[in-house]
Design a protein around this ligand. Structure first.
Ligand SMILES: [Zn+2]
Length: 459
């Protein structure tokens, strides 16, 4: 388990939950104003693997995982204004799309998915406590967090305060007592959504939403707080400051786990750079399972350079594993546990590249083992892969995944026709149909249980 602050200062220590009967994890979720790009989904998939591993270790009913949905925000307001619709229309549309992407990529739904607009009472209550504890002050319709009131401010991101001030100096709002102070509550502009509060009408800042949701859904301190590296400062630093000052807890999160960036070549993938690949588009070209494989192909703390080559390799890796399963379709898998080597890899700070190597090794052994050893090996391969969300499809369906339904129907009809011709030893007809299938870029494989087929790899 990694405790990440900045990559240079990451330390690994054994994970011990505060209460093994209620292991808690929080991961910062999406702002729902647009389709998600593949970089947004790296933490979704990484923490899904951690969630699945924790459920295996502590029991499915003993792990509570919350991921928030930011459904009030400047970008949402702008999009709603551009389309002339209420923000709910925008947030419902893109939350649906986000859920569809999650399901394509095999991510389990979190236990709780709190939404900012439905957590307003808890947010307002927390701001009130911060004001009473002298950790926040009101100024010109805003409420600001007083960074001078929290001596550990900067500890998580290991930034000296002057450095943070330098960063903030560019544009310091006149109502701030200190340049590093940040907004907890702000007035809404005309036509923007607005909530009543003891500090005046307005809406919350972004950071406070996570602290309030964590307190409300999980309670402080939580065991694991996750998110992308880019959230360490200021978001997680600010979250922690708010939680500690409002709750007087001993700690905010006992383990911070941060994943590395996903880059397009050497650049960060970001909407502002215009180099994004939307999950919504990618899933029309690449099976969701291959996208999931690609996202986990590098260790989560390392940067991940996204490219067509990465998804091609993922597809080939899955082709190879599904190929073994197809060749051993007649082997009944024994009920089994994931292999020890596979578990060791995951328990070593979620070492997915090593876990993949073990899946390939199991696949290879399954392919070559004597018949009496195959059922156990197949069980082990399936159980290991299932734990991190792979190889649950029918191998035939995997190889046919690229075809459209009308084409699939036509191919199936041709295969049946060809089988009939072959059974009648009508080789001329059988060969003609085979040539027709080849023209459709279909490869036919004759086996003991009849013919199977797959789309040929594009040249
Ligand atoms: Zn957050």
């Amino acid at each position: 388990m990694g405790q990440a602050a900045f990559p240079a200062t990451v330390t690994q220590r054994p994970f011990v939950p505060s209460d093994p009967r209620r292991v808690t994890m929080y991961v910062c979720g999406p702002t729902v104003y647009n389709y998600s790009h593949i970089g947004n989904f790296r933490p979704v998939v990484v923490f899904d693997v951690l969630f699945r591993l924790l459920r295996r270790l502590y029991g499915e009913d003993h792990v509570v995982y919350a991921a928030n949905v930011t459904d009030v925000d400047d970008k949402i307001n702008k999009k709603a204004a551009d389309e002339g619709v209420p923000i709910e229309v925008i947030t419902a549309r893109y939350l649906d799309a986000y859920h569809a992407d999650m399901s394509c990529l095999g991510a389990l739904p979190p236990t709780f998915e709190p939404r900012a607009t439905q957590t307003m009472d808890a947010i307002i209550d927390m701001i009130g406590r911060l004001v009473r504890n002298n950790a926040a002050y009101a100024a010109e319709g805003h409420v600001l967090f007083n960074t001078q009131a929290y001596s550990d401010y900067g500890k998580l991101s290991r930034r000296p305060l002057d450095e943070m001030i330098d960063g903030a100096r560019v544009e310091v709002a006149p109502y701030k007592q200190h340049p590093a102070d940040f907004v907890l509550w702000k007035p809404s502009k005309p036509d923007e959504p607005v909530w009543a509060s003891p500090f005046g009408p307005g809406r919350p800042g972004w950071h406070i939403e996570c602290s309030a949701m964590i307190e409300q859904t999980l309670g402080l301190p939580i065991d694991i707080h996750g998110g992308g590296n880019d959230l360490i400062f200021p978001h997680h630093e600010n979250e922690m400051a708010q939680g500690m000052c409002a709750d007087h807890a001993d700690a905010y999160a006992n383990y911070w786990v941060h994943n590395g960036f996903l880059n397009m070549g050497v650049e960060k993938m970001s909407k502002s750079l215009g180099n994004v690949e939307l999950v919504h588009d990618l899933v029309t070209r690449v099976p969701g399972e291959a996208l999931r494989w690609a996202l986990l192909a590098s260790h989560y703390r390392q940067p991940l350079a996204w490219s067509d080559e990465v998804t091609d390799q993922a597809r080939k890796a899955l082709d190879s594993l599904y190929g073994v399963l197809r060749r051993t379709a007649d082997v009944e898998a024994q009920a089994a546990e994931p292999s020890a080597a596979f578990m060791d890899a995951l328990m070593d700070d979620l070492n997915t590249p090593r876990a993949y190597a073990e899946l390939h090794s199991l696949g290879q052994r399954l392919g070559t083992a004597p018949a009496d050893e195959k059922p156990a090996l197949k069980g082990q391969l399936l159980a290991s892969a299932r734990l991190i969300g792979f190889l649950q499809a029918d191998p035939e369906a995997w190889f046919q995944g690229g075809a459209d339904p009308a084409l699939t129907q036509r191919i199936e009809a041709l295969i049946v026709e060809r089988d009939v011709a072959r059974a009648a030893k009508d080789w001329t007809t059988a060969d003609r149909i085979r040539a027709e299938l080849t023209a459709l870029k279909i490869e036919v494989m004759d086996g003991p249980n009849g013919a199977t087929w797959k789309l040929k790899e594009p040249a």
